[in-house]
Design a protein. Structure first.
Length: 92
């Protein structure tokens, strides 16, 4: 997998009910997204890269669309990204 947009995954999870925009909104403890592959992993056509947990098929279908829109797969190997981008100032 070449890229996965974290915002797309987060928005999909919120759409399912795993998150909220306002404190007055309820959170569904049965809803969520489990990533099965990470950037740099080799994936094949038809292989699942995420699990969507939802109480409703419509919500699940829409979340899958949202995640798929944030997913990029390339034919060749892709180096995994650095896990630490910056350590900050040495005196901090």
């Amino acid at each position: 997998m070449a890229a996965l947009d974290a915002l797309a995954v987060g928005e999909a999870a919120r759409w399912l009910g795993a998150g909220r925009l306002h404190a007055s909104q309820a959170i569904d403890p049965a809803a969520g997204v489990v990533l099965l592959a990470k950037v740099g992993d080799r994936v094949s056509r038809g292989e699942p890269v995420a699990e969507v947990h939802a109480r409703d098929a419509y919500l699940a279908d829409r979340a899958v669309e949202m995640i798929a829109a944030g997913l990029r797969v390339e034919p060749g190997p892709v180096a995994p990204p650095d896990l630490v981008l910056d350590e900050g100032p040495a005196d901090a």
